[in-house]
Design a binder for this molecule. Structure first.
Ligand SMILES: [Zn+2]
Length: 342
């Protein structure tokens, strides 16, 4: 990476994508005061409920027309403007972030705890795999649900997806699952995946007239198996020690009963993993794989590992909450877990 050159400064200033802030509300990236989470109106969160019809994004970044130099170039920051990616930066060349697609040079300057838009990355993925993403994996693969665009057929669709996603970076691999109307796009660098995910959220494929609204999220596929195993072991140890603590704090008379109960019934990490697989298989197209659709032998295993990761995440959250709430909750670790909303 040391050999990477900084990208050449653009010949022209970045243009303003909109005349004024389009959206109002809570803070966005990097301390910006206006909110561009306009999808909230449609679904409650960035991606809303998958069963609801997604609303197409109001603005879109046109890389050819919108890219240009900004004050961010003078300051040599490696951070891309999030509003630019979403097509709604009103600052143009006055913006202190970059208005161009990220390169390997930018990636080499990124630290593990921030994404290319200088948002903090989390220890865990969000439940719906939206948002910023987590530090436990490379995050170079995005999942995309293309819905109605499936009418183009496999060959044509594959071309369309490749063309659409290649605008934002170098694609390393592409896998299209027609039956589920989903695809997995892997970039060579994380910064490109992060950028593409924001640029294409709630947009449609290049040249498509199928009226699809792309749902772009993080993929479980590139979860680091070693990190998953480590999490699982930590979780098991924490579970065991939390239960033991609870038992130790009980009066002698109660302890006998609870000892029996706890040894057989307290939620183990294994239970958590199984619970979560069942839940995901219900109606979310992302998780709804069946044996006969798997093209490669390895797929199923990866899926289970990935779901295992999710199970570990949830239990971990429950564990943290339990610690906050005191030992009284130790036997109901999985009972009142709440999702992290960002
Ligand atoms: Zn900007």
């Amino acid at each position: 990476m040391a050999t990477e050159q900084p990208p050449r400064r653009a010949d022209r200033p970045a243009r303003r994508q909109v005349d004024s802030p389009v959206y109002s509300g809570t803070a966005g990236a990097a301390g910006e005061v206006y909110n561009i989470w306009y999808h909230k109106h449609a679904g409650g969160r960035e991606f809303g409920n998958i069963n609801k019809r997604k609303q197409k994004a109001v603005t879109k970044c046109n890389l050819d027309l919108d890219s240009g130099y900004t004050r961010g170039d003078d300051q040599r920051v490696p951070y891309i403007c999030l509003h630019f990616a979403r097509g709604c930066c009103f600052k143009g060349e006055e913006c202190t972030y970059l208005h161009r697609k990220p390169t390997r040079w930018d990636q080499a300057r990124l630290d593990l705890t921030h994404d290319i838009f200088v948002r903090e990355r989390h220890r865990e993925d969000r439940d719906d795999m939206g948002g910023v993403g987590c530090m436990n994996k490379p995050n170079k693969t995005v999942y995309v649900h293309f819905g109605g665009a499936a009418t183009y057929g496999y060959e044509k669709l594959q071309q369309m997806i490749r063309k659409t996603f290649a605008q934002y970076g170098t694609i390393e691999s592409l896998s299209v699952k027609m039956q589920k109307t989903i695809a997995f796009v892997t970039y060579d660098i994380r910064a490109s995946a992060e950028f593409a995910k924001e640029c294409l959220a709630n947009q449609s494929l290049l040249g498509s007239t199928a009226d699809e609204v792309l749902d772009v999220r993080w993929s479980y596929d590139d979860a680091n198996p070693r990190a998953v195993m480590k999490r699982k072991r930590e979780l098991e140890e924490q579970m065991a020690s939390a239960v033991q603590k609870k038992i130790d704090s009980m009066p002698e008379s109660e302890r006998v009963n609870h000892n029996l109960e706890a040894s057989g019934h307290y939620p183990s990490a294994q239970d958590a993993v199984e619970d979560d697989i069942d839940r995901y298989l219900d109606d979310d197209p992302y998780y709804d794989f069946t044996e006969e659709e798997e093209e490669e032998e390895g797929d199923k295993k990866e899926e289970v590992e990935a779901a295992g990761n999710a199970g570990a995440s949830k239990s971990q959250t429950a564990q943290e909450q339990s610690e906050k709430g005191g030992a009284s909750n130790a036997l109901g670790l999985l009972g009142d877990y709440e999702s992290d909303s960002d």
